[in-house]
Design a protein around this ligand. Structure first.
Ligand code: ATP
Ligand code: MG
Length: 405
């Protein structure tokens, strides 16, 4: 069918009172960015709905682009026709015929703001309903929970028809909750954490700690490729690579192995926080899940968290591994995350990390290090790149080759 516009329903936005205007303008901005290739499409954002006037653009392709945009509750492709009873009946029949399958029921739901139109909404329900009923053999009417809901709206300028509703991802428009730094490793949990934070409107920048020569370039590429998987929700993501080898060497040289993990994490958090400050972020996001590993006991988290008062968002903190994996599969990061390229934590993993580190001891051991100088040197070596949806850092053939070796 030649749809003329896509009607977008806002999600939670409608309940957000004063912030509503901000949310709507953020959502328009995100939709515009995601549709930048469709130069014909015009966006009109009203209080309750957004209208994308297609002007000849392919409705399927436009709808594909809308699918991952947070803040969209649902959307419907719409056909605009002139306000003629016959044209409305014919078009409605054609639209329902296209999606009807034997056994499906329908209902017509009409509204008219043009009170001068020949039919009132009851007439319209009846007249359009009989056109469909008589036109499709075997179709039945059902008032409650029909399979197909044919919506007809007659306004001053034209009539609008739609009978298909596609669920959007819900959530809040990315950017409406401010910016946060996502600590992105190459694992399963942190990409899921990033996805969930974006769903609540956080614009993320990825921070990745990289320890060459102890970790391979492939481990970096894996994290970059995971960032690629998160871009459909935002268009692009800033990826910040943080040199971390010197810090890990120093920790290993100067402190007892039971405390390496806690001290390493404290450095990661300090660095993430400094980067956040530089880049105007308000929070840090990570993939910690309570009790999953030694660094994620309450005692460990308390000792690590001690280096900052910045809010830390831990979207997967209470989830079981299987629940996290379910989301990772849905957002297609799981296969990539289980590739065995080691990251900086595994290389320096101590044989027996403390699961209940004592803060006084941590602080005491850290005094053996020149914390500030180490941080400054690492920050001096940051590299920042923009990651886009079509980028390839780790392709399938490398993954398969690795499987063979
Ligand atoms: P993930 O699956 O996300 O790697 P994990 O269960 O392996 O998590 P840890 O390795 O203990 O857990 O890491 C906890 C969190 O610390 C990660 O979710 C991530 O947010 C952050 N983190 C760990 N390693 C790195 C790294 N190399 N770069 C950036 N962040 C990291
Ligand atoms: Mg990890």
């Amino acid at each position: 069918m030649d749809y003329t516009e896509i009607m977008v329903r806002y999600g939670e936005l409608s309940t957000k009172g004063k912030n509503r205007r901000l949310f709507i303008s953020q959502l328009s901005h995100n939709v515009k960015k995601s549709l930048h290739e469709f130069t014909n499409v015009k966006i009109r954002a009203d209080r309750d709905r957004m209208h994308l006037i297609l002007n000849g653009a392919d409705s399927q392709q436009v709808m594909e682009q809308l699918r991952p945009i947070f803040g969209i509750q649902s959307f419907s492709p719409v056909i605009r026709v002139k306000k003629s009873p016959e044209v409305i009946q014919e078009t409605a029949l054609e639209m329902v015929s296209e999606i009807w399958k034997p056994g499906m029921t329908f209902k017509v739901q009409s509204r008219r703001s043009d009170k001068a139109f020949v039919w009132d909404s009851n007439d319209m329900n009846r007249e359009v309903g009989s056109a469909i009923y008589n036109g499709i053999e075997g179709i039945e009417v059902k008032m409650i929970q029909p399979d197909i809901r044919m919506e007809v709206e007659v306004r001053q300028e034209a009539a609008y028809l739609s009978c298909l509703t596609v669920q959007g991802p819900g959530g809040l428009p990315v950017g409406s909750s401010g910016r946060g730094m996502l600590m992105l490793s190459g694992g399963i949990d942190s990409p899921v954490a990033g996805y969930l934070a974006m769903k609540r409107g956080v614009e993320i920048e990825a921070v990745h700690f990289y320890s060459p020569p102890y970790t391979s370039e492939q481990s970096l590429h894996k994290a970059q490729q995971l960032a690629v998987k998160l871009t459909p929700y935002v268009g692009s993501i800033q990826f910040i690579t943080v040199p971390f080898a010197e810090i890990q060497e120093e920790i290993k040289r100067c402190t007892p192995s039971g405390y390496w993990m806690t001290i390493t994490r404290r450095f990661m958090l300090r660095l993430s926080d400094r980067i956040r400050e530089q880049r105007g972020g308000l929070a840090i996001i990570n993939g910690e899940s309570l009790g999953q590993v030694a660094s994620q006991t309450m005692q460990s988290m308390a000792a690590i968290n001690d280096v900052t008062t910045t809010p830390i968002i831990r979207p997967v903190i209470t989830m079981d591994k299987s629940e996290i994996i379910e989301i990772a599969e849905k957002i297609d990061t799981f296969e990539l995350a289980i590739q065995p390229f080691e990251d900086c934590c595994t290389v320096f993993a101590p044989p027996e990390p403390k699961t209940k580190p004592k803060l006084e001891k941590v602080v005491q051991y850290e005094e053996r290090l020149d914390v500030e100088a180490l941080i400054e040197r690492s920050l001096a070596g940051l590299s920042i790149q923009e990651i886009k949806t079509n980028d390839v850092y780790l392709n399938q053939s490398i993954i398969e080759m690795d499987d063979l070796l």
